[in-house]
Write a protein of this length. Structure first.
Length: 315
């Protein structure tokens, strides 16, 4: 069962090695269900809940202790990324990170950047790369996925005939050919287990614009950054941070700027424009049945007013 789920764990890290000649049948059954390595308990279904809860408890204690000191933000980032979650990254190399555990880990880390129920740093910027004005603290899910991917790739680099390599290909299932077509003829399961399915998903995203060798050579932080860049929440954050003022030349008088904006508005696909182009039969707004001009769509319409009322940017 160990080999089925975690074929890449080093054998010399095992705390207990069980054989049928030395233990009773009850102990053999227990050993088949549970494996200990570096204080991490693995069961037949993955990492035990007890291990995750202990990891969360230790993380909470570490964060509480750090909050007692007035650390600079750079130190907090280092602690959050490399120190407090070190055990999480170790486990992530061999087991899938449950979603609810990832949410709790993220919540604990975010406490480092809060004070008296006030956010000291905009949460959305923590995961953004530095070139987008962020802190480059990847999401725990994507960062964990990079450790899982690196572990699997290391196993697949073992010599031909190595048991761990054969088992890894088997539990990758039919998706093994995504990593290399050479695995098509190997023994494979019907479908990949959750751990390996996440590895394949991360591999597909990362190899869209990079070769496998480049992925292997990149640091985990770089791989996680690339995964974060394609996440929906960070794409939205980058859109919000777009420097709209750069679209206007400050040296141009305001009247000329107005002309520029009016020219841009003239090609907005409002109902009046679409009717003039012959692509629609009416120029009425679909929300309030009034004539949909640029001004109506952007300011006068009830939908536009509701949007602007909840937008921190306005128009």
């Amino acid at each position: 069962m160990f080999a089925k789920n975690y074929g890449m764990l080093p054998i010399d890290n095992r705390k207990y090695l069980v054989t049928q000649n030395t233990l009773s049948s009850n102990m053999i059954l227990y050993a088949q269900q549970c494996l200990f390595t570096k204080r991490v308990t693995y069961t037949s279904s993955g990492v035990s809940l007890k291990t995750w809860h202990q990891t969360l408890k230790q993380l909470r204690e570490d964060v509480n202790e750090a909050l007692a000191y007035d650390f600079p933000y750079a130190v907090k980032r280092y602690l959050a990324l490399n120190v407090f979650r070190g055990k999480v990254w170790y486990i992530a190399g061999t087991a899938a990170l449950p979603r609810y555990i990832a949410v709790k880990i993220t919540s604990e880390v975010l406490r480092l950047f809060w004070s008296d129920k006030t956010a000291l740093v905009k949460t959305g910027k923590l995961g953004l790369p530095r070139q987008f004005g962020g802190w480059n603290i990847p999401s725990v899910t994507n960062y964990a996925a990079t450790y899982a991917l690196k572990s699997v790739l290391r196993v697949l680099d073992l010599q031909t005939g190595h048991p761990a390599r054969q088992l890894c290909v088997y539990f990758l299932g039919a998706q093994a050919k995504v990593i290399s077509p050479a695995y098509s003829g190997w023994a494979q399961g019907n479908s990949a287990t959750p751990f390996y399915a996440k590895v394949i998903a991360a591999y597909k995203k990362l190899t869209t614009h990079n070769s496998q060798r480049e992925v292997e050579d990149m640091r985990n932080i770089e791989l996680a950054q690339k995964l974060d860049e394609t996440s929906p929440e960070n794409l939205e954050e980058k859109q919000k941070n777009f420097p709209w003022r750069t679209l206007i030349n400050a040296n141009v008088p305001g009247e000329a700027q107005d002309v520029t904006w009016k020219y841009g508005w003239s090609v907005l696909q409002t109902r009046t424009v679409l009717r003039r182009w012959g692509t629609t039969t009416t120029d009425k707004c679909v929300h309030c049945n009034q004539r949909e001009t640029n001004e109506h769509a952007m300011v006068q319409c009830t939908v536009a007013k509701t949007f602007l009322a909840h937008s921190e940017y306005g128009i």
